[in-house]
Unconditional design. Sequence first.
Length: 113
Amino acid sequence: MTPEPAAGADRTLRRRKICNAIIALAAIHFVVFEVTIVVLGGDALTGRVEGGHYFLGNHGLMVETSRAAWHLSAIIGRSLVYGTFPLGVIAALLRPRKVGHQRPRFWWKGDGN
């Protein structure tokens, strides 16, 4: 018979799983953002709209595109920058560590004595 985990351990495991899911979602969203940049030739975050023409930015170069493609890029980019990326960072900071896992010690911090 195995002992049942304490309520605190169960809560920590659940919190770790939720944080892992948010981090994975942010990583997948970042990959989707990068793929759209490659496919469309730029992104709307660095692009602009001038006189009814839609441009995607790519390292200072502007690529004209359709309104739908520009809006798709804008939605994917802005939801990443203002949504899933900050949530992923917060989840990574709040993610509980496994028991026995310590932060790495660095040579400039000494041995802790």
